[in-house]
Design a protein around this ligand. Structure first.
Ligand code: C5P
Length: 219
């Protein structure tokens, strides 16, 4: 890495799925592998940034020279991120955060007896929207995994959450895979990238992000 485009910057990243307990042995999760977020953590580190990676449960090894904070639930991820966000220059929300958690979680293992249990769901906080709303907060980058109408749904999400840069990817291509095909969305419009390995996609995102960040700071 010849150009340290993020030298001196502090970058906070979320990655992986969250796990929302139903009882002590069961829970609700999703198929996110964490690979894209971990690739971004390495790419930011290689670009000279100091990186904290807040990770949901994954099978991946912590990247060298990156501080990893392990969390399980969306609420824990929210609390870890909000404790750190204000002193970071960049926040990249890659995690596939559960929209809902179980409100009637059981302290003891549910037994198979009588009627099927009913799970009551309650909404989780939106971590990215919370960070994007901080006064003088970090430059925020969001991800959108969609299964259809990729660019339209993703651009609507960018506007709604108030983030300057959003990475749109198709669920079918992105989740679990080693490769990804993304479209970067910002105020200047759409920037489609070719299908590449996640390390190359991460390097391209860092390149784009560093340019936007430096342009913003030069204002
Ligand atoms: O709304 P949706 O979940 O599709 O938005 C995706 C983006 O928002 C991702 O960047 C994701 O990490 C972030 N997000 C979050 N907290 C949530 C839900 C999504 O940070 N509770």
């Amino acid at each position: 890495f010849a150009d340290k485009t993020l030298a001196g910057k502090k970058v906070l990243i979320t990655s992986g799925p969250t796990f929302e307990p139903i009882d002590p042995v069961r829970g609700i999760t999703n198929i996110s592998s964490g690979k894209m977020g971990y690739a971004l953590a390495r790419a930011c580190r290689d670009a000279g940034a100091e990186v904290i990676l807040v990770s949901g449960p994954t099978a991946l090894a912590a990247p060298v020279d990156v501080t990893r904070i392990d969390v399980t639930t969306a609420q824990q991820m929210h609390d870890a991120v909000l404790a750190e966000a204000a002193r970071h220059d960049v926040f990249i929300a890659v995690a596939a955060v559960a929209d809902y958690r179980v409100a009637n979680r059981s302290e003891h293992k549910l037994k198979k007896q009588g009627a099927a249990p009913t799970l009551l769901l309650t909404e989780n906080p939106d971590i990215l929207a919370a960070v994007a709303a901080l006064p003088n907060g970090p430059f925020c980058v969001g991800f959108a995994a969609e299964s259809q109408h990729l660019v339209d749904f993703a651009e609507a999400k960018r506007k709604k959450k108030g983030v300057p840069l959003l990475v749109a990817n198709l669920v079918q291509t992105a989740m679990g895979s080693d490769a990804n095909e993304v479209v970067l969305l910002d105020d200047a419009g759409q920037h489609p990238l070719p299908i590449m390995g996640k390390d190359e996609v991460a390097a391209a995102i860092v390149h784009h992000l560093a340019r936007q960040l430096n342009a913003k700071q030069g204002q």
